[in-house]
Design a binder for this molecule. Structure first.
Ligand SMILES: O=C(O)c1ccc[n+]([C@@H]2O[C@H](COP(=O)([O-])O)[C@@H](O)[C@H]2O)c1
Ligand SMILES: Cc1cc2nc[nH]c2cc1C
Length: 348
């Protein structure tokens, strides 16, 4: 249902020249220069007349959902904590609330399918169900759920686009979702589960072994039926991962920049890129999380994360923390003097 255009590379020389003419040795702003190039490519593709890079009405979407597998001892917390954290988001008390306030990000919380409806005023209800089925026993959901999830995400992104937003960050909350994310990664990259399953919220050795065994069981049960990225979402995914994938495709279709958070967000990005490879051009990978498998996934996506802070919280926290770097890339590109402008001309 989405169509994503690759960014135009025809302006690369102009962008590179502009960066190289800034009053600094060539390349001295390191990764910030690559970041500015990514942003400039996207914004020149959105509007060939672009004079200055801009960040408008930046948003951060947190998708929350529950996972049947969480009842089998794969997390430090029970599924009920997902809803309790959604209430915490709604009250402004979670880490992501604090960081969004600090960074000036418009935060929206989406209930993609936690155990029970919460009826909270400031939470968007796009519920695909009351949590998924346990993936080692049954398909997580149907293909119809995936379609509905993509449509729901499109509605959220459209609303932000209409209010002028051109940068969206993605986060999630879902007890058990590192199991689902690892299963999707293993299926789509044809990797051994040991390379993809990590300790999530911080499970002990016993639960870690059980988690690997259950994810392995899920892949044995459904592997032959996973014939496309959409099937991976349906058989072993989660409602929040579906809607994050849809949000990435909806945003990149509208030529918005997308800030990807940790492991689960990056798995949604993997699914999006498998479906529409051009979506990769719009993605900024904000950090490498502690979760085993994230580093490998970033390598597959040829992504150099901006930050490495040992985060393993999710919620979009890494994306929010990296946002000032995105602003810095825009500002140096727009406002830093060029050698000509500053009258400096004696570099070798
Ligand atoms: O973003 C990450 O890389 C990340 C790594 C580990 C855990 N999390 C968060 O922890 C929850 C999933 O962990 P678990 O152990 O319940 O599968 C979920 O709410 C995620 O937001 C997130
Ligand atoms: C308390 C708590 C907060 C979280 N935020 C994202 N994932 C989480 C998991 C737990 C357990």
């Amino acid at each position: 249902m989405f169509a994503v255009d690759a960014v135009s590379k025809s302006v690369d020389q102009i962008i590179q020249h502009k960066i190289d003419q800034k009053t600094k040795p060539v390349g001295a702003l390191g990764e910030l220069e690559s970041l500015a190039k990514t942003i400039a490519r996207v914004q020149f593709s959105a509007n060939a007349e672009t004079k200055k890079l801009t960040i408008k009405e930046p948003g951060l979407l947190v998708f929350a959902a529950d996972h049947g597998i969480a009842q089998y001892g794969v997390s430090i917390a029970p599924s009920e904590v997902t809803s309790q954290m959604v209430a915490n988001f709604a009250n402004g008390g979670a880490a992501i609330n604090v960081f969004c306030r600090q960074m000036g990000l418009n935060l929206e919380i989406i209930d993609a399918g936690v155990l029970k409806p919460l009826g909270l005023e400031n939470v968007t209800e796009h519920r695909l169900g009351n949590g998924t089925s346990a993936i080692h026993l049954a398909p997580a959901m149907t293909l119809e759920h995936v379609k509905q999830g993509f449509e729901a995400a499109d509605e959220v992104v459209e609303r932000h686009a209409l209010s002028g937003c051109n940068v969206l960050a993605l986060g999630e909350m879902g007890i058990g979702n590192t199991s689902a994310a690892a299963a999707i990664m293993a299926a789509l990259l044809e990797l051994d589960v040991h390379k993809c399953v990590g300790r999530g919220t911080g499970v002990n050795d016993k639960s870690f072994e059980l988690k690997k065994a259950l994810v392995n069981e899920a892949l044995k049960r459904h592997g032959s039926k996973i014939v496309s990225p959409v099937h991976a979402l349906a058989y072993v995914g989660g409602y929040e991962i579906v809607q994050m994938t849809g949000a990435i495709l909806a945003a990149t279709q509208r030529k918005m920049l997308v800030l990807v958070d940790g492991f689960i967000s990056s798995v949604a990005a993997l699914v999006a890129v498998k479906l529409h490879p051009a979506a990769r051009d719009y993605l900024i990978f904000t950090h490498v999380s502690e979760e085993q498998g994230h580093q490998l996934l970033l390598e597959y996506l040829q992504a150099k994360p901006l930050l490495s802070l040992g985060l393993r919280l999710g919620e979009g926290t890494g994306a929010a923390l990296a946002f000032p770097l995105v602003q810095a890339a825009v500002n140096f590109y727009n406002d830093m003097a060029s050698f000509d402008g500053a009258g400096i001309n004696n570099l070798a």
